[in-house]
Ligand binder design. Sequence first.
Ligand SMILES: Cc1ncc(C[n+]2csc(CCOP(=O)(O)OP(=O)(O)O)c2C)c(N)n1
Ligand SMILES: *[C@@H]1O[C@H](CO)[C@@H](O)[C@H](O)[C@H]1NC(C)=O
Ligand SMILES: [Mg+2]
Length: 569
Amino acid sequence: MAEIDGNTLVAKTLAHSGVTHMFGVVGIPVTSVATRAVSQGIRFIAFHNEQSAGYAASSYGYLTGKPGILLTVSGPGCVHGLAGLSNAAINTWPMVLISGSSDQRDSGKGDFQELDQISAVQPFSKLSVKPTSISEVPGAVLRVLNGAVSGRPGGCYLDLPTDVLHQTVSEAEAEDLISKAEEQVRKEQESSDSSNSTPISDVEKAVAALRSAQRPLIVFGKGAAYSKAEDELRKLVDSTGMPFLPTPMGKGLISDNHELAATAARSLAIGQCDVALVVGARLNWLLHFGEPPKWSKDVKFILVDVCEEEIELRKPYVGLVGDAKKVVGLINKVIKDDPFCLGRNHPWVEAISKKAKDNVSRMEGQLAKDVVPFNFFTPLRIIRDAIIGVGSPAPVLVSEGANTMDVGRAVLLQTEPRTRLDAGTWGTMGVGLGYCIAAAVACPDRLVVAVEGDSGFGFSAMEVETVVRYQLPVIVIVFNNNGVYGGDRRSPEELTGPHKEDPAPTSFVPEAKYHVLIEAFGGKGYLVKNPAELKSALDESFTAKKPAVINVIIDPYAGSESGRMQHKN
Ligand SMILES: Cc1ncc(C[n+]2csc(CCOP(=O)(O)OP(=O)(O)O)c2C)c(N)n1
Ligand SMILES: *[C@@H]1O[C@H](CO)[C@@H](O)[C@H](O)[C@H]1NC(C)=O
Ligand SMILES: [Mg+2]
């Protein structure tokens, strides 16, 4: 009877559980885990750096609803992987970090790349499992895959000691181990699933509050996007006429073009609403903690969140624990028994729509001008129009940077769900290329367009080689303003001391040839400095759907330091 080793058993269990993609960097002791995974039918996307691969895995989890898998070596590989695992934790996206680890017999002796990885991942891992022998491998794999998607999604960790990867079992035993583990994990899940479903009386209380509100608002975020609540949310908005405000990654669940979108009247909507239904979005810094002065002090929050602790933390007027899609479905059902609708002439709807129109027409005035050397508005308008020109399925937009991302968020439109990936809850730079690669493999029918600051891009720029190697339809547009936030903005008082001739901490080499970087690997590079050149580069690359970098030279003194976050700097 043929024997298989731990590497193959890991790969078999992953494939058996429906894993179709893995991201990572190979080396001792996990190279064979990757090659066996490929032979089991899993697509392995090999990166240059685990950090980018981890960002890819976490966003793959968000886009597909299945845990994204990151494979790393022990020690430093695992440490680099913490970037991805923390990103999964903070954005509440499902992923599994799988790291090889040193031989259990040599533990504590200073083995090659030895690290207590279970402790290292602890702050970012929902569940960490280390099989101590090959017989525990299938159960360990199934538990972490399950753990990542159960309750509030997040990251889990699987530790694979070298000796376990080298142990063997017969193929028959392997099959037996997998099916027994499946049975066991199913039982564990059933007993923990004794689900505390939302009491209908709470849903009724929420609906009563919305019904009697003078100035209701629906806010939704990437939790709602993850649960695919778009149909229910659109029905709620259309049937009640309540204005809505998406968080940055909630954009597109209902089209930004919808007449009840309050995005361009954000300050008014947040500042004056009296009842806010918040779906799959946390009242963290991005939503000003739900506190005055940004929100009115009497606002009643109705929070829909999959995580009970989140609701306990915020102490809303009503908390509805559960999956966003299900809970909004229940809200719609209760409303249907006694429908209400604000109507276009409702003073609140009119106020929001007037404010939004004013803000939009002010912005359109800025956008209409062709400013050269480029500010942020002119190229963003051209990019917006090119993206809209693609139609449906809409491209996935990836965005990072300070000014580039902040101005881009206002200018670029999302018309379809889950088509925006950005720096997220932590405002993390370096996510861009990993997100591009994940989006390209998770959404093969969509073009991927990244709009990135030059600093944001540089964190993971080497992964353009990965994009070229797998020939992914990824167009990376770099807003090149010579650095972090752009030019040297130091005051005369700051320009002293023996190192004052050094480049500023915010400065990079001026007009760096980022477009040449991708050409080193056989991709297509464009250098553009004016509207005609940008239009032509977009036209050509969107049609080709092949790896490209468009290096857009921006006036280094356009925009501001820290983008929209100046108050925190
Ligand atoms: C991991 C990480 N490191 C550092 C930062 C601090 N930071 C915020 S924005 C930014 C880059 C902004 O420059 P760029 O991407 O070029 O955007 P621009 O404002 O120039 O358009 C940096 C380094 C961060 N947010 N995340
Ligand atoms: C104007 O609109 C943009 C987005 O379109 C938004 O970010 C900004 O907050 C709006 N301004 C106000 C005052 O609401
Ligand atoms: Mg920059």
